[in-house]
Design a protein around this ligand. Sequence first.
Ligand SMILES: Cc1ncc(C[n+]2csc(CCOP(=O)(O)OP(=O)(O)O)c2C)c(N)n1
Ligand SMILES: [Mg+2]
Length: 802
Amino acid sequence: MGTDASTSADQLAILHELEKKVLWLASWTIHHANHLRESTDGLKVGGHQASSASLATIMTALYFRALRPQDRVAVKPHASPIYHAIQYLFGRQSRQKLEDFRGYKGAQSYPSRTKDTDDVDFSTGSVGLGVAQTLFSSLVQDYVRAHGWGLERPEGRMIALVGDAELDEGNIFEAILEGWKQGLRNCWWIIDYNRQSLDAVIREGLWARYEALFQAFGWDVVILKYGSLLNEAFSEPGGERLRQWIDNCPNQLYSALVFQGGAAWRRRLLDEIGDQGPVTRLIEARSDEELARLMTNLAGHDLPSLLEAFGKVDHDRPICFICYTIKGFGLPFAGHKDNHAGLMTPAQVESLRKAMHVRPGHEWDKFEGLSIAPDTLQTFLDHVPFTEGARRHHAARLPAPAQLPVTIQPVMSTQAGFGALLNELGREQTELADRIVTTSPDVTVSTNLGPWVNRRGLFAREKLADTFKSERIPSTFNWDFSPKGQHIELGIAEMNLFTLLSALGLSHAINGERLIPIGTLYDPFIQRGLDALNYACYQEARFILVATPSGLSLAPEGGAHQSIATPLIGIAQDGLAAFEPAFVDELAAILAFAFDYVQRAGESESSERNWLRDETGGSVYLRLSTRPIEQIKREMTPELRQSIVDGAYWLRKPGPNCQVVVAYTGAVAPEAIQAVGLMAEDRRDVGLLAVTSADRLNAGWTAAQRARERGLVHARSHIEKLLADVPSHCGIVSVLDGHPATLAWLGAVHGHRVRPLGIEHFGQTGSIPDLYRHYGIDANAVVAAAATLTPGRPIRHLKALP
Ligand SMILES: Cc1ncc(C[n+]2csc(CCOP(=O)(O)OP(=O)(O)O)c2C)c(N)n1
Ligand SMILES: [Mg+2]
């Protein structure tokens, strides 16, 4: 499995030239963005320069030599100029986009799968997430292959280029633990051990903690500390003494000396170990320049050491490479602790230009200033394995049924309905059901996935039987693991759930095999994994998130488990269509839609019908509840189905003299229905609006307004049409088990007054009636709001508020 052959001297010479070119192009890109492009805003920031230089050699070794076409990489966010420069040399990035780096439509500051055009494998930006993404993508690759799919393709390695300070992020450790449980393979994490973070120099001896930690979880650890020049010097007389000195040198001092250069090295070394015979000769035999080159020859900047280390890997165990590097290597502020946002002055760029033999006006020429013939270089580039074939795969869409079968009990919760729907799906041998993969962070049973898991089994590469079953101990759940299982059981860390969903949800692009991922968790814990959820959406992973239970309706569980803000997350999170059905027939309609929606990849034009960008598709978030509520017996007409998916429908259409509309979402449906009954005698023609997706209603409304502002005068969103006939004097009382702002905007659609009811303060234990009364979302609170909002006689059923 190692790289086929060792690198020849000719190839090494070419790689050295490319290493220089990559550093130059990245530096020029940054300089161009910060000094040469007209800008009046705050573009002159960004920690790209020093941080990029740190990885220039490692990325040269990887992209031009060690990577195979099937490997996938997450690049440290600030190394994006190096990444873009490499793609430019491959002819996969345009000069225009490099000139516009960090600008509108230019190459992105941080590598982006969706916004960049040069085939970024995994987006990065929020440190730690791209790293963990590689681990989960490797597990997903195993899942796909264990199911017998994509075997015609070779197995890839999932590789992360990791900043040393990036390892402070907790999600990385959560991922390592999960990887160990799941038998992780084919994953490389290459740590850019420059001993600097954004603010300063990091703690001494971190590498030893990393080494112990990775080894504890079954990783190989390869420490790449000294480059070939240093290794040669160590074998000279006095060399051993020099090595000891380096090993004992504090990080801060090493960085400071790197910054100061050859004369400072000489002074320091002679002061500290210069009275020791042979080592003096070793130092004196070198000029200042040679001494600086020697002392900064760490393995992370030494192509032969890197090529050897990467090339000799002949197994699939996960590996952590700890590569010693220098932040800003090759640039004037190398090693300086303040260098993170360091920019080269025009004069410094000029001296770099001279050193690189780049003539003015030829800065973007690919082979300018290199000592090897352009033809030779181009031929080499044309044969780099990394560039073979397409990096993004496609997978056909799976047929999604228009309706899903489910037996609806007279009284049922949406969570129970979800369990029943999946149970029915699990019963059928359809292509869709076979491609569903469920996952949950230790809440599989308590989110009602149990029946599905009983049918489809748990996934593991090795079979593992349920001992309770073999011992004939009765249990409701069958906990058998096998390579054909379709449920991935995770530990509790919600970050891992979202990162796994992100990996599963990109399988069509990465493995060429489509999966339909469904992840379940308790609704409040979305917030624990929110950055990873955002990350998954940002890179357009496709999945269905089922969050249950939610809200105050979790009554006796208390305030720590009762979510408040999640409906607002549902509205605000891009790439995620949020639904909160009240009834199981609504849930069935939404889930059927979701199976199709997560597979779409069409144009981002808004539909003329509801003004949603429905053809683009996206992920789906279902906020469900454990509260059993009385179900409505009705026929699911195509119109009703469409309205449920569009976000709302009239459960009771308001009459022409309507004074009040009650608009509700989710589990409080019985309270809304009851309130309408209680005020029917005292307010005219009361309407009842069932809102199944505040998110989609809101998005359609915003888009229709924009369309009208652009001249499409007839654009009307779903909510505008629904509220069009509601008289202007009519008041709207909105209510949900979540933050009231979720529905408060309804009043702005046509100027109706709104009294939004919902939860603003932490919950507590109690029964549902206790809590709904206390927090003001029960029927009486709705009636009280209606009485105050609309003129008319007192509502006789209104009781005093608590
Ligand atoms: C979650 C998150 N927090 C903070 C940042 C801001 N930030 C960007 S890079 C960085 C530290 C970089 O240190 P390191 O990972 O060692 O990379 P280096 O700059 O040394 O190459 C920080 C704090 C971020 N991008 N993401
Ligand atoms: Mg660092």
